[in-house]
Design a protein around this ligand. Sequence first.
Ligand SMILES: *Cc1c(COP(=O)(O)O)cnc(C)c1O
Length: 222
Amino acid sequence: MSIVSQLKSVRATLPAGVELVAVSKTHLAEAIAEAYGAGQRLFGESRPQELRVKYETLPRDIVWHMIGHLQTNKVRMIAPFVALIHSVDSARLAETIQKEAARCGRVIDILLEIHVAQEETKTGWAWDELRAWLAGDPLAAMPNVRVRGVMGIATHTDDEAVVRRDFETLRSRFEALRPRFGEAFDTLSMGMSDDYPTAVACGSTMVRVGSLIFGARDYSLK
Ligand SMILES: *Cc1c(COP(=O)(O)O)cnc(C)c1O
C-alpha cells in the first residue's frame, strides 16, 4: 500500500473534529512530500535536530509538532517554528520553553504529557506531581506558553481493556484540568498506529499515527 492510500484510509476512519498528526520521524523528505501531496499538512517528529532539518528543507506551510521526549538544551533549536510541543513533562522544560519562546517573540502551544502506562520507562508527569506543580500557579509567570491540553501514551499491550483504561484515565485528567485553563484547553492527544481507534472512542481529539501511514521505521524510537 502506498503512503497516499494509507493516509486516506486512516483519515476515513477519523470522525470530524479529530486531527491527524502524521508521524514522520525517521522517514525521508520524499515520504513526507508524498503525504503533503495528498493534502496532509500536520506532521509530528520526535528528534529536534531532525525536525529542524525537515523544517528548513520542506514547504513552509507544513505545521510541525514535537511529539517526543524533549531535552531542555534542545528547545532553542525548534522554538522559532514549532506549532505544538506534546511532550511537556517537567517544570524545567516548561520554564525553558517560556524562556526560548520569549526570546523569539512567540507564544508556544504545549500539551502536558501525563504518565498512565504500566511501563515505568514511559515519560510523562505523575498525576500527583502535576497537580502539586499546578497548585503553585506556575503558568502565571509564563506568558509565552499556552497550555492547550493533555497528551499520553497507553500501555503497549494487546489487552484492549488495559489500553481503554489508560485512555479513559487520560480523558478524565483532561476533563479535570480543563476548568483551570479555559477555552484554549481543547486538545487531548492520544492514540498511535496500534491503538488509535480505541483512543478515538475514548475522546481523543488528536491522534499521532506513524507506521500505519509510512511503514515500519528503520530504527526504533520511543
Ligand atoms: C513514534 C511515536 C508515535 C507514532 O507511533 P506509531 O506506532 O508509528 O504510530 C506516536 N506518538 C509518539 C509520542 C511517538 O514517539
